[in-house]
Design a protein around this ligand. Structure first.
Ligand code: SF4
Length: 320
C-alpha cells in the first residue's frame, strides 16, 4: 500500500475532511419502546438488550427535546468548544412512534441553528416511506445531513433468530434500499463476536454492507449485562465468548473485505458501566482499537484489500 496512507477509513479523518472541523453529536433521549419489546414483532427484546434500550449516555427522557439539546450543547461548548452538531436520537427505536410525535421531536431538535444534521437510530423494521419522506422534505428545506443508524448485528439470519432480533436480513435490505432512494446516509451496527457466528459470517457482513453501499459501520463486541436473557444464558454457561485476539482477527478480516469507501465509526464499542458479566475482555476500548491498528500494520493489510468480489468478479478478466 502507498506510504503514509491510512490502513482504514477512520471517522475522525472523514469528518475533518468533510466539514473542516470537529462535529459533535448531542444525544436526545425520547420516551419510547421498541416493537421487539412491546409485542408488536416480539417480546422481551433482543437477548442482550437491557432496559436502557442501548442509550446509556443520555439525559433522562422526561426532559423535553429542546432542553436536552440546550443542556448537551452547553456541555460540548464548554468542554470542547464545539460549534456544529448533529442531534443524535440514540436510545430505543426512534422511528417507532406515531408520525405526529416523530415530526414534533425532530422539529424541536432542528430548531437550534447549530444543528446541521440528524442521526436517528432505529431498527430495519421501523423504516417506512412516509417517515422518510418527512425527513426528505426537512432535508430539502433546511439543508440538513440525514443519517439513519440501523441495528443489524449480523447478516446470519439463523443468529438473528437466536438473539431474538424480531427481523431478518430481508427487512434490513428493504430498509437500506428505501433510505438509499432518499440519498440519506446509512450507518450499520454489527457485533462481530456473536457466539453463534464464525468468521464466514463476519466476511459476509462486510460483503453485504459493501454491496448495499452502506456509508458507515459501527463495530461492537458483545457485552453481557446481568438480568438479561443473554446474561442468564452466560451465567448458566450456555455459550463461550471468543478471545480478544480472535475478536481483533475478525475485525481485521472484516476490514479486508469491506469496500474502502465505507467509513468506520467504531472498531469496538465502549459498553455500558456496571451490572455486567462481560464487557470488552475487561480491557479499555482504546487499547483494543490500538491493538487492531497494530495488527493491521503487522500483517501489512488494510481496509479493502480483499474487496474484489463485486461487479461480476468472474467476468472481469474480459473487461479490465
Ligand atoms: S432493537 Fe434495540 S431497543 Fe429493541 S430490543 Fe433490540 S437492542 Fe433493545
Amino acid at each position: 500500500m502507498e506510504t503514509g496512507k491510512a490502513r482504514y477509513n477512520e471517522y475522525s479523518a472523514y469528518l475533518k475532511k468533510k466539514y473542516g472541523e470537529k462535529i459533535y453529536k448531542l444525544p436526545v433521549n425520547l420516551p419510547g419502546t421498541c416493537p421487539n419489546r412491546d409485542g408488536t414483532v416480539g417480546e422481551g427484546g433482543c437477548i442482550f438488550c437491557d432496559e436502557e434500550g442501548s442509550g446509556f449516555e443520555c439525559l433522562p427522557n422526561s426532559m423535553d427535546v429542546t432542553n436536552q439539546i440546550k443542556e448537551n450543547k452547553a456541555f460540548f461548548q464548554k468542554r470542547f468548544k464545539g460549534k456544529k452538531y448533529f442531534a443524535y436520537f440514540q436510545a430505543f427505536t426512534n422511528t417507532y412512534r406515531d408520525l405526529e410525535s416523530f415530526k414534533e421531536s425532530i422539529a424541536a431538535a432542528v430548531r437550534d441553528e447549530d444543528i446541521i444534521g440528524l442521526s436517528i437510530s432505529t431498527r430495519p423494521d421501523c423504516i417506512n416511506d412516509t417517515y422518510l419522506d418527512f425527513l426528505a422534505d426537512l432535508q430539502a428545506e433546511k439543508g440538513l445531513v440525514i443519517n439513519i443508524e440501523l441495528g443489524l448485528q449480523t447478516v446470519n439470519y439463523h443468529t438473528l433468530k437466536k438473539i431474538n432480533r424480531g427481523h431478518t436480513l430481508g427487512e434490513y435490505i428493504d430498509a437500506v434500499l428505501r433510505i438509499k432512494q432518499r440519498r440519506f446516509e446509512i450507518v450499520t451496527h454489527l457485533i462481530l463476536n456473536l457466539p453463534w457466528d464464525d468468521q464466514t459470517d463476519v466476511i459476509e457482513c462486510a460483503k453485504v454492507c459493501s454491496a448495499l453501499g452502506v456509508d458507515f459501520v459501527k463495530l461492537h463486541s458483545l457485552y453481557v449485562v446481568k438480568d438479561t436473557v443473554l446474561g442468564e444464558m452466560f451465567a448458566r454457561g450456555e455459550f463461550d465468548i471468543i478471545s480478544l485476539e480472535e475478536y481483533i482477527d475478525r475485525v481485521v478480516v472484516f476490514l479486508e473485505y469491506l469496500d474502502p469507501a465505507v467509513v468506520i465509526q467504531r472498531l469496538v464499542g465502549k459498553g455500558p458501566q456496571g451490572n455486567l458479566h462481560f464487557c470488552n475482555w475487561s480491557t479499555s476500548w482504546w487499547k483494543i482499537k490500538q491493538r487492531i491498528e497494530e495488527v493491521l500494520t503487522e500483517r501489512d493489510t488494510w481496509q479493502g484489500k480483499k474487496f474484489n468480489y463485486t461487479n461480476g468478479a468472474a467476468v472481469k478478466k474480459w473487461v479490465e
